[in-house]
Design a binder for this molecule. Structure first.
Ligand SMILES: [Mn+2]
Length: 332
């Protein structure tokens, strides 16, 4: 994306912020650090500008993100009865349903602003700022600040929220989306007061007992297939019940097998109460977002996923294996 387009588009976002009064802000469902960090930053920024922001998240906020400053400003699972927002800002939502059932909000909005870094977007907004070269939406939001003509900068709390988005979406600055720009923005956020000691302590050096036990069980069940290029972990309902764990407690598990030399694709397949959900990771050669798209999902080249309802675990597992088999057989 060239600089000209970028500045023009940021200018149109600032104009919409200036023109708006009652704002609705949401990230995607099951919000991650980027989604929540950006939502909180926008709420805080809009409040500073004298606007009325209403932030929404669904269905819940993970235990590891409870430390984020300003979290009590988020309405979890609560939509107003008669929504009347002139401006809607959706973050990290590749289509208008990613943030939940928001039609009642969207249909009355004068301006919908869509800010995202995912590869594919429906461009459902009146203003669509999609930059798939950005490591995270947090990186884009920081650039948005920089494009502000009045020299507005993130507060220390906002810097903490944005840094959390950047750090979690880059896998602690380890994934291939850790660009020079991502590191520049991270550095600027630290200079602005991001509390990195707390972020790291809470997100990376804290894990509940049950999650460690679940990791152990998952690694125990890991299987290598197709010349050891595919790692498959299947967690059944019985696995979760045996530990008193939930499918939400599997964060980080799917990345573990990509440490094994030769593994190109890692899949974590979870049997949930009403669906089968699959997380995919790639080491290098494979674009797993294309695999996820075949099953109605999406995401990034190195990290993606999908959900299937009304199909048994075994069928999803074998259909996925068939697709992966055809993809990895090309890799020498
Ligand atoms: Mn993101």
């Amino acid at each position: 994306m060239n600089q000209q387009i970028r500045e023009t588009t940021f200018a149109s976002i600032w104009q919409a912020i200036k023109d708006g009064k009652n704002f609705f802000i949401a990230g995607h469902q099951n919000p991650d650090g980027d989604s929540l960090g950006c939502t909180l930053t926008m709420v805080s920024l809009l409040s500073r500008l004298g606007k009325n922001p209403y932030a929404y998240a669904t269905p819940a906020i993970g235990a590891d993100l409870q430390f984020l400053p300003g979290l009590n400003n988020i309405h979890v699972n609560q939509l107003p009865q008669n929504p009347a927002f002139d401006t809607v800002i959706l973050l990290e939502c590749s289509d208008r349903t990613r943030g939940g059932d928001l039609e009642s909000v969207l249909k009355n909005a004068k301006t919908i602003i869509n800010i995202d870094h995912h590869l594919i977007s429906d461009e459902y907004g009146h203003i669509n700022y999609i930059d798939s070269s950005a490591s995270s939406t947090a990186e884009i939001i920081f650039q948005l600040f920089e494009a502000n003509e009045e020299g507005l900068l993130p507060s220390p709390d906002e810097a903490t929220c944005l840094y959390t988005g950047l750090e979690t979406d880059t896998g602690r600055f380890l994934h291939s989306n850790t660009t020079a720009e991502a590191l520049r923005v991270a550095s600027a956020l630290v200079a602005l007061g991001a509390d990195i000691a707390q972020i790291n302590q809470v997100i990376y050096f804290t894990k509940p007992y049950i999650e460690l036990k679940l990791l152990g069980r998952a690694l125990e069940k890991m299987e290598l297939r197709f010349d050891n290029k595919y790692s498959q972990i299947v967690l059944t309902r019985r696995d979760f019940e045996a530990l008193g764990a939930t499918p939400a407690q599997t964060q980080g598990i799917v990345s573990q097998p990509t440490m094994i030399p030769g593994v190109e694709v890692s899949a974590l397949i979870k049997e949930e109460a009403d669906k089968v959900s699959v997380n995919l990771r790639a080491r290098n050669a494979v674009d797993v977002s294309q695999i996820a798209q075949k099953f109605g999902g999406g995401g990034h080249a190195r990290a993606s996923g999908f959900k299937v309802t009304g199909k048994p675990l075994e069928d999803v597992t074998s259909e996925l294996a068939e697709v992966v088999k055809n993809v990895v057989k090309e890799i020498r």
